[in-house]
Every structure is written in structure tokens, then in C-alpha cells.
Design a protein around this ligand. Sequence first.
Ligand SMILES: Cc1cc2nc3c(=O)[nH]c(=O)nc-3n(C[C@H](O)[C@H](O)[C@H](O)COP(=O)(O)OP(=O)(O)OC[C@H]3O[C@@H](n4cnc5c(N)ncnc54)[C@H](O)[C@@H]3O)c2cc1C
Length: 343
Amino acid sequence: MGERRRSWWGWGWADQAMTDEQVANLGSGVAARLGVSGLQVRPVPALAGLDLPEPRVHPPGALAGICSTDREDRAGHSMGKAFRDVVRALRGELAHPPDVVAFPTSEAEVTALLDWCSDAGVAAIPYGGGSSVVGGVEGDVGEGYAGVVSIDLTRMNRVLEIDRTARAARIQAGALGPVLEDQLRPHGYTLRHFPQSFEFSTLGGWLATRSGGHYATVYTHIDDLTESIRAVTPAGVTESRRLPGSGAGPSPDRMLLGSEGILGVITEAWMRIQDRPVHRASAGVHFADYHDGVAATRAIAQAALFPTNCRLLDAGEAATSAGVGTGAAGGAVPHELPPARRR
Ligand SMILES: Cc1cc2nc3c(=O)[nH]c(=O)nc-3n(C[C@H](O)[C@H](O)[C@H](O)COP(=O)(O)OP(=O)(O)OC[C@H]3O[C@@H](n4cnc5c(N)ncnc54)[C@H](O)[C@@H]3O)c2cc1C
């Protein structure tokens, strides 16, 4: 349909995949670093050659327009993006591909999908950006179901409303990080939640996994930014009230935060947003010893200085991620975000 495609097996956009030459260079770099030789580059398996069983279930006519049984869609929604997932996909080992991938565009369509799944005994698995690292999007549901439907929320991706007084925004759950930031930016706001998977993870996924942001002091987890959540469950719609700080009994949001999609499909949430920052400064500091770095990091945290980001990298990670020489025994680098994450 002319839509930009994600890689079905790995991270990123298909049109930004590394060239054969880049892969070969990377392979030599990894081999040199690990001190091994003879690393072979494995080709990506052809979609046509994947061992995908025929879909066991088919959506009713009214839902056919938002459902796909396309090989690429099914392969791409088979698992998350943990290292083991990427390796299995690269080997063409898709153990539990969904029978159908659904792309709802509204809450009414999510409700209709769950009604169909309930009636037909089909497992429904919410899917945001698919960056899960714990198997949460995988259709490994046992024998008790007639089939598996992966419900991809990314077409429900709009910032619906901004409340300037309360400085909050009502945002649809399928908005990927850059998509929601693009909509908040013209209003001078940011959600300021930047997990490392920001580019390919969604608000709904963040809520369902209690994700932690890269700006990791004070407001770290998505919980800190959440005012209320709305979800479609097999028993109906649930929505918590927007309260500044209720202490009345158990918090209903706590049930959905970290629920990994087992209670229902989060469709939208009121989120606390912030004014966009106008000033930025960063510094990198090297330590001779890793333990000194830990002590410095702890001292900064306990002094309540709360830098936006204070990150301790060991020598290996510093060499790979921060371009710091490999010679150091340890290094604490409160470093800048990579360009993709900047405002
Ligand atoms: C390279 C990489 C870097 C990462 N960095 C971080 C990080 O910095 N911080 C961090 O916390 N995590 C990180 N993760 C893990 C992952 O990105 C997070 O768990 C993220 O919140 C998942 O969001 P998603 O939209 O991709 O959700 P998905 O992977 O699609 O789903 C995750 C779980 O949430 C459920 N779910 C998704 N959407 C909904 C919805 N609308 N309603 C109900 N349930 C839903 C799914 O069923 C599944 O159980 C990283 C992963 C990778 C691969």
C-alpha cells in the first residue's frame, strides 16, 4: 500500500538495512573485538521460503478490511526484538506466527476484534512497536485457542487533545515515540519519555511494560507521567479518572501499568507533558576505576542534583556507545543523547 515497511526480522526500517559491505565490515569488527576468526555472514531468509503454516482462522467479513494474512505481516509480528528473537528470526525460526494481523484504526474496531476473538476462542495479543524483550508479543498461547490474532495499534497514533491548564495530553496508544513527539512539538510540549527503543515503541507498549526512559533521574518510568488510562477489555471499556493525586484505595492504573496486554487493549491515555527545554549542557567524565564512577554517580543522585541523564558506562560499553577509548578501566559519561533523540 506504499507504506514504509519495518524490517520483518530485525530492528529498523527495511529501506535502511545495512548493505552487504557494511555487514561484512561489521562482522570483521566484531570478530576482531572478540578475538575470533572465520565469522560467517548469514543471509536474511527469503520471506517466500519461510515455513509459515496456513492461517487457522479468518476474520468475519466486517473486519476483513483491517486484517491481514500477508506473509510479511505475519512474520514481522511473530516475536519481539530481544537478541534471541532477532537471532531466531534470522534463522527463519518463527515458532508461533499469528494467524492474522489486525490494524484497527478506532476503539470501536478494537472492540469488534475482541468480540470476534472471544466468540471464536481466538487469542488476541496487543502489539505496539513490537520491541518487547520478554516474549510479550509472541503467539505462544498453548493448544486451548483456535488461533492467534496480533492486534497492531500503530494506526491509532494521534494526540487527541491537549489540556494546557493541567499540562496534559490525551494520546492514542499506538503512537510511536517520534510520532507523538512530532504532534506535541508544535504546541511547545514534550512527553519527555525516551526509552532506548523510542523510535519503534509506542505509548501503549510503554504503559503495558512500565517502561523506563533514557532521561533516567526523577521522572523515569512511564507511571510517573500517567494521569489516566483507557482500555478495552473482553468485559467492556475501562477508564480511570484524571485525578491530580488520588490516595483513595488501590489505583486502577496500577493494574494496567505493566499488565503486558493480558487484561485488555489500552487505547488511549491522559499523559502529563512538559514544556520543551530551552537549555542543554552535557559533560563527560572519565574515572580510572569503575567503583569510583559508581561512587560519583551515587553522590550526584543523593545530592538531589537530578541531571536529566547521568549514565555510567564501563570501558567496554564506552568504547562501543560513546566513542571513548578502550584503554580506560572504567568511565562515567553523563553523555548527550544521540541526535535521533534530541528535540
Ligand atoms: C533496542 C531496545 C532498547 C530498549 N530500550 C528500553 C528502555 O530504554 N527502557 C525500557 O523500559 N524498555 C526498553 N526496551 C524494551 C521495550 O522497548 C519496552 O518494553 C517498550 O515499552 C515496548 O513498547 P512497544 O510499543 O514496542 O510494545 P510491544 O513490544 O509491542 O509490546 C510489549 C508488551 O505490551 C503489550 N502491549 C503493547 N501495546 C499494548 C496496548 N496498546 N495495550 C495493551 N497491551 C499492549 C504487548 O502485548 C506486550 O506484552 C528496549 C527494547 C529494545 C529491543
